[in-house]
Design a protein around this ligand. Structure first.
Ligand code: SAM
Length: 188
């Protein structure tokens, strides 16, 4: 059985800002990992790991109702639906997009995790495809999804890929960690 997909080798991308490495070479220097929507970097053991480029569409600070600070301060403000990187840039991409669609904008969960737009299916699909595009061949994509409002089976049919392995976590096991590899045949 052929388990290698080589379609990605001819990816063409028309993002005019594709050349971030040329415009801001220092931004990518030593960065082999991209966190495409880092939020406040809660799940990182080392929140300043020099191998990681932390990106998010927001750059904002909040005080939560319990008085704690919530700082979303990415290295790069960008939209994961249209990333400013050339194809095959990173060895690993971490993708933990918003997973809630019914949520007050001012709620602390909304501030922490962001909120899905009405166009969420298209947004997540574009984001996932961008993660794959900027990964090196045989690079790893780590995808996290909480199925409180949208089931894992639904989000996987939206992204169109089948994970290699997956693991549930949390008290009610609603958070799923999944991994994919670019170029290995894992399209649904
Ligand atoms: C679930 S949170 C990430 C939490 C993060 N993994 C952590 O450990 O703290 C999702 C993040 O996606 C960001 N986001 C939403 N839409 C985005 C987009 N189009 N491009 C980039 N980031 C986006 C939100 O601002 C939010 O910070």
């Amino acid at each position: 059985m052929n388990t290698t997909n080589t379609n990605f080798l001819s990816t063409k991308h028309d993002n005019p800002y594709c050349r971030v490495a040329e415009v801001m070479p220092s931004l990518l220097s030593g960065k082999s990992i991209l966190d495409a929507c880092c939020g406040s970097r809660m799940f990182w053991f080392d929140k300043s790991n020099p191998a990681v480029l932390f990106a998010d569409i927001r750059n904002e600070n909040h005080i939560l109702c319990d008085g704690r600070e919530l700082n979303i301060e990415p290295d790069l403000q960008m939209d994961f639906r249209n990333m400013p990187f050339s194809d095959n840039t990173f060895k690993m991409v971490v993708f933990d997009p918003p997973h809630l669609k019914s949520l007050g904008k001012e709620s602390w969960m909304g501030k922490k995790y962001g909120i899905l737009n009405e166009t969420w299916k298209q947004d997540i699909k574009q984001g996932f495809d961008e993660c794959m595009r900027v990964l090196e061949p045989f690079g790893t994509l780590i995808f996290k999804w909480n199925e409180d409002q949208i089931k894992v089976s639904e989000i996987l049919s939206v992204v169109g890929y089948v994970p290699l392995i997956g693991h549930k976590s949390g008290k009610s096991a609603k958070t799923h960690w999944m991994s994919f590899m670019k170029g290995v045949c894992n399209e649904a």
